[in-house]
Write a protein that binds this ligand. Structure first.
Ligand code: ADP
Length: 539
């Protein structure tokens, strides 16, 4: 049997209490209170399903009781019916405005009381039921959302892992191809191998985009902050780009305003990536005409800029391509979005380039937008905020750090193909190379031989690169030079890694896959600074 619904009757008159009680007690479980305080105490603890409330009572009147019940979360939703003689109703709407649901007028007709109470009980039941449904649905939605977020996170982890797995062998393919290209080849062989190199580079670009995108989504992308000169960093990229534009029969010009400062701080690789993405799109979506790039100062003169010495740069890339309809100007920056019917299908593309750009620009305190006339061309613009760098001490005339010339390098790397690749690159430069496959063997090698430099992989069986580096830096651990330069090699650079490597005592790090010249530059720079500091670098 289901429990009876519960009614609280509040009235100071015993005769009214009796009439109401008689009318209701068969159908409901009835409780009574004879004044306002009792009513509040009961309602607050017993949670009745409905309250019949007298208006005129000594002490606290019914209006006050009603007001207080409506104030409390626990009692707010209990339906209240005022019971009163007509002349006691000060104002017919007052009780209803305060949240009562109805009036019962004295003299009381038991049939009317029963009918009204029954109606409101039914309404209350419906309401409770609906509320429960809403709660249930909300719970379901919250659960579903959590599951979706988790799935998205898993997907991103998966993309990070898989692109990393594919990038490692790409490292070998690109490196080895570069090396073979430098040897004597027949024109036919060279042509074929160039195709291999170009395709591998293209594939690497796509993987890098996917990796960047997933890192951004999982909040693992960190920006570097190093000294940079906008006048210089685009040089090689833009020269290469001009060649591509000319191949397609397009004009290309670029200009950096002379008042753009040459000493700023930021992430040069990411700035190049921003430009590169826009230029590649411009090239992709333009059949004839020209592409123009511009970089200028866009200081808005805000106090923040003046005080912190920050500079806002504005970049724009203008093409004479197919253009973009105005209703798509916002959406193209959404992930995976491609304008329907654009050339994209025939040109490939994952639709993440602009989404990456948007995130990068935001991370650099700027914004990105497009203006376009369909059929005539588009102009992509973005701003970034960069701090000025501190004035550098006058540079010593640049001398080479001493790479080559019998530099003795210890390569610690567990993957044989990579070890071999390092060896070939470094030997080509005149280095003498020893390769070992884990940290423990590295320590043994350092005990037995003298080296000028260590290239240290991070993840290795037996002893990882971090542990090995700590051991090398501990001057009591062995008979080697504890200050020998160490460059970390990592395939999986993540937020905080750089800090971790430097804390372990590494001097620099290199993310795989890399091109030979990047490795050589790093080694050169490191040895140069070691020499300048009177450090322990190569003699
Ligand atoms: P993808 O180029 O890989 O498709 P993006 O995020 O770089 O991804 O670009 C998204 C879409 O924006 C493109 O597919 C294209 O429809 C449109 N778009 C981007 N740049 C241009 C441009 N310069 N001219 C015309 N359409 C463009």
């Amino acid at each position: 049997m289901s429990m009876k619904q519960r009614v609280l009757i509040v009235d100071d008159s015993p005769s009214v209490l009796k009439i109401l009680n008689d009318a209701l007690r068969n159908e409901y479980q009835v409780s009574v209170a004879t004044n306002g305080e009792e009513a509040l105490a009961f309602a607050g603890t017993q949670n009745p399903d409905l309250i019949l409330l007298d208006i005129k009572m000594p002490g606290m009147d019914g209006y006050e009781v009603c007001r207080r019940l409506k104030q409390e979360d626990a009692t707010r939703d209990i339906p209240i019916l005022f019971v009163t003689i007509l002349s006691d109703i000060e104002d017919e709407t007052k009780g209803l405005e305060m949240g009562a649901v109805d009036y019962i007028v004295k003299p009381i007709s038991p049939a009317i009381v029963q009918a009204r109470v029954r109606n409101h009980m039914r309404l209350k039941m419906h309401q409770d039921h609906l509320e429960e449904l809403v709660r249930e649905r909300t719970r379901e939605l919250v659960d579903a959302r959590a599951r979706a977020e988790q799935a998205n996170q898993l997907k991103n982890e998966f993309i990070v892992n898989i692109s990393h797995e594919i990038r490692s062998p790409m490292n070998s393919i690109l490196g080895m191809t570069d090396l073979v290209l430098e040897t004597g080849l027949t024109p036919k062989q060279r042509e074929c191998l160039k195709v291999v190199a170009d395709s591998a580079t293209q594939l690497l670009g796509l993987l890098t985009d996917l990796l960047d995108f997933s890192k951004i989504e999982t909040g693992r992308l960190v920006l570097e902050k190093v000294d940079l000169d906008p006048h210089k960093i685009f040089d090689s990229m833009l020269t290469a780009f001009r060649a591509k534009a000319e191949q397609k029969g397009l004009g290309f010009s670029w200009r950096i305003a002379p008042d753009v400062p040459g000493a700023l701080q930021g992430d040069p690789a990411r700035l190049c990536q921003l430009m590169h993405n826009l230029l590649t799109n411009a090239l992709k979506f333009t059949r004839s005409g020209k592409i123009e790039m511009e970089c200028s100062l866009a200081n808005d003169g805000s106090p923040a800029e003046t005080v912190s010495g920050q500079v806002t740069l504005k970049f724009s890339v203008k093409d004479t391509g197919i253009g973009i309809p105005a209703d798509q100007w916002e959406r193209i920056f959404d992930r995976f979005y491609q304008v329907d019917g654009s050339l994209t299908r025939s040109h490939g593309g994952a639709g993440v380039g602009l989404a990456i750009n948007k995130k990068l620009v935001e991370m650099m305190g700027g914004r990105i937008w497009v203006e376009s006339v369909p059929g005539q061309g588009s102009c992509f613009n973005f701003t970034v905020r960069l701090p000025r760098s501190l004035p550098a001490p006058p540079l010593e005339p640049r001398v080479s750090g001493g790479i080559g010339n019998g530099l003795r390098v210890l390569v610690v790397e567990d993957i044989q193909a990579n070890r071999r690749l390092f060896q070939l690159i470094l030997e080509n430069m005149g280095c003498r190379v020893t390769g070992v496959e884990n940290g423990r063997l590295a320590l043994t090698a350092l005990e037995q031989e003298t080296f000028d430099l260590v290239l240290m992989d991070i993840q290795m069986p037996e002893m990882d690169g971090i542990t090995a580096t700590r051991a090398i830096r501990d001057s009591t651990a062995g008979h080697w030079n504890p200050r020998i330069p160490i460059i970390a090699l990592t395939a999986h650079a993540q937020a905080g890694d750089r800090q971790k490597f430097l804390e372990a005592g590494m001097d620099d790090y290199l993310a795989k896959p890399f091109r030979a010249n990047v490795l050589l530059e790093k080694i050169d720079r490191l040895l140069m600074s070691q020499n300048a500091n009177g450090g322990s670098g190569a003699a």
